[in-house]
Write a protein that binds this ligand. Structure first.
Ligand SMILES: [Zn+2]
Length: 270
């Protein structure tokens, strides 16, 4: 946080009641209400569906739904979202996202890199973790403060001036050339929430670490995959995930005992 933003943060907490707390106990500056964020999520999703072809292969759709469904169900209870729309986009981008308001997008390009169902569950758990922790609202709020605004009143997706800020804040700007990496703090929050979600949904949490090894390999010395550009890997990240696994394993075992063991056959050719 910049000096200016931190001074504003203190001001906002006192005068605007714009202070919130993340699920892991961190103070957040949030100027944008849940209803407004849900609206932004929905409109961004509509835009993406308009601009990107949707995958129609039934086996691929069934596979993604089989993995995303349980993650969305467990995560939705924490995010206050009952119904999720899950769309598979036909694109070579190695990417996936979740948006406020209950939207999940998976690009077919991430399927070969996530070598097991549990690895895709790790990606989606992480993305839904960002939604639960209201990171989109936090990022859009920070963007507004950077523009000298102290209120989100009247800010919406329909106003083209704010579209880049909203797309970047929600982490779905890549296809429009707006790449905004998440802060390390937000990343580790989403990692910890994500490992919990995947374990509770019945996916082996240890696969989250394997996912990062595959992501690194997928870059193959060239430009890193889209998802990795906005989710930089580092030793701290892997160590954080490994540290979270002992607490997540009993939740995974409890899920299996309770019959939550998604069996998602991997389609041929992905
Ligand atoms: Zn992230």
């Amino acid at each position: 946080m910049t000096f200016r933003a931190s001074r504003f943060f203190a001001f906002a907490c006192v005068f605007l009641a714009a202070c919130s707390t993340s699920p892991l106990g961190r103070s957040q500056l949030i100027l944008v209400g849940d209803g407004q964020m849900n609206q932004m999520g929905l409109q961004s999703f509509d835009q993406l569906k308009h601009d990107t072809p949707v995958e129609t292969n039934p086996a691929i759709n069934a596979y993604v739904q089989c993995i995303a469904g349980p993650i969305a169900k467990i995560g939705g209870a924490r995010a206050g979202v009952e119904k999720w729309e899950i769309v598979v986009f036909k694109s070579n981008e190695v990417n996936a996202f979740a948006l406020p308001g209950g939207k999940i997008g998976v690009y077919t390009g991430i399927l070969p890199v996530t070598k097991t169902a549990a690895q895709l569950a790790a990606v989606l758990g992480h993305e839904v973790g960002h939604v639960i922790a209201k990171h989109g609202a936090e990022r859009v709020s920070e963007g507004l403060v950077a523009q000298g605004l102290t209120t989100a009143a009247g800010i919406g997706f329909k106003d083209k001036a704010y579209q880049p800020l909203i797309l970047a804040g929600l982490g779905v700007g890549a296809q429009y050339g707006i790449l905004l990496p998440h802060s390390r703090t937000q990343e580790s929050e989403a990692d910890l929430i994500g490992v919990d979600l995947m374990a509770e949904a019945g996916f082996d949490p240890r696969q989250s670490v394997e996912l990062w090894k595959n992501m690194s390999a997928a870059s193959g010395g060239k430009a890193p995959p889209e998802w990795m550009s906005t989710h930089p890997a580092n030793d701290t990240r892997i160590a954080g995930l490994q540290g979270a696994i002992p607490a997540a394993l009993p939740k995974y075992e409890a899920a299996l005992k309770a019959g939550r063991a998604p069996n998602c056959p991997r389609p041929a050719g992905i």
